[in-house]
Design a protein around this ligand. Sequence first.
Ligand code: KIV
Ligand code: ZN
Length: 545
Amino acid sequence: MAAGVPRPAGPFVPEGTVRVFDTTLRDGEQAPGAGLTAAEKLEVARQLARLHVDVIEAGFPAASPGDFEAVRRIAQETKGGIAVAALARCRDGDPQRAIEAIKVAEKPHLHVFIATSDIHLKHKLRMSRDEALAEAVRWVRHGRKALGRDAEIEFSAEDASRTDVDYLMQVYEAVVEAGASTINIPDTVGYAIPSEFGKLVERAVGLVGGQATISVHCHNDLGLATANTLAAVQAGARQVEVTINGLGERAGNASLEEVVMALRTRPTQFPGGGSQVQTEQLTAASRLVSYLTGFAVQPNKAIVGGNAFAHESGIHQDGVIKNPLTYEIMTPQSVGLTGSQLTIGKLSGRRGLQQKLRQLGHEVEGEGLDELYRAAVALADAKKEVTDADLHALVEQRVAEVPQAVRLEGWNVTSSHGGKATGMVSLAIGDEERAEAAIGNGPVDALFAAVDQAVEPVFAWHPVLESYEIKAVSGGEDAQGRVLVRCRRSSDVGPGALVVSGHGLSTNIIEASLEAYLTAVNKLHGAEIGPASPAFVGQRTAELP
Ligand code: KIV
Ligand code: ZN
């Protein structure tokens, strides 16, 4: 250890447990089109805290002022022994920004990385092996000096699974000597297979496992991310880097819910694989992330897919009625599914609603509860039955609220069989009232065109619709419709263009569509006016590692 560099107090993972490091807000957010606003990132972080992960990787502060601010706010707010991590390249400027963002955290966790495979060194970094090693040591040492002995300093060798193993071990030994307390082994391109990956982990555990926590970070390009992660735990890894719904670059990362439920369901296969994750919060976490990113969860997705606990065939149904253990290896309740329906009407109380929301994994009180109560009662007036899905949707809609520079004052549309539609909108933009009419192929198209006309003269851009989806929140003729749009600014073109999502929820799909479109407009406007705005969008994915 160099003079003046403190020795780490760790390894920090208690005996018999695995540390769950969630990177939904960093690697997950790097999935193209999954960008979140700072306020949305904060909401996800709150849910991750309820889930009780051990580490929240909140972002990549050097990527943009918006991401810096989001990480700083999450670091400030997150308590209860949960660490907040920030990512940094081993390059002047990055670690300093990351340290600045997380130094206020109860448990700061700096995560520095550099690529070590020859293919990355030659074609991406244009560095020799020795130069990369020197940079790794330099920035680990910098982090340890800046944050002291109690902080977690993690080093990742990007593309470790395609790196020459002897060189990789040399790097790991050197960074541990420089003060790293966690050594991460990323399977960056999802190339590894479980038996092979287990052996690599074993070698690292044998070399530096006594001085540092061995971590793994698996991508899913061959659909093996969960399997590789579990093989690593069997080989002695004590930190797993995962994301909600397996969100992440390309085919995504190892999914938190799969890894955690495998550890919990098969404890004898994973001695030392205990975790303190509150699995009853998994469904709420999955829904929230899916909602805010606009990435749907496939129905047959393990643990959190819509069909994960559904039994269709008669033989299976009969078995489950006689004893759920016949076809269920874990209970729906253990992942936060209640399966029940709530009947709510004018006479239902706030406390009953609060209790029900708690069962569904949402902690709501005070003004938020009053607001939701009013919305639920109004919904009960509009449709026969308010279901669990309706309640999840109402909570999520509230979570995603965006400051409204543009407000809808009114709309009108005429449409007939075989003809064009005419739409009229009236908007308040700041202090200005603007009403416009336009023609379109259908009612939604006409109304969106009218919004474009109203917005353009004020902002010097109009929203450009990239995608539009509509989905019924629950069954029945009176179901609420949820609309998801993705939009960019007409003035922002090219591969790095900022694309934001907007949601709308209503029993009237035209109303839901307009709400979604205007949410996207408000987010785009927030992003334009800068990081001071709570609606500022975190990052442009094009420039991330
Ligand atoms: O996939 C990867 O290699 C990463 C590192 C930055 C840990 O995300
Ligand atoms: Zn990754």
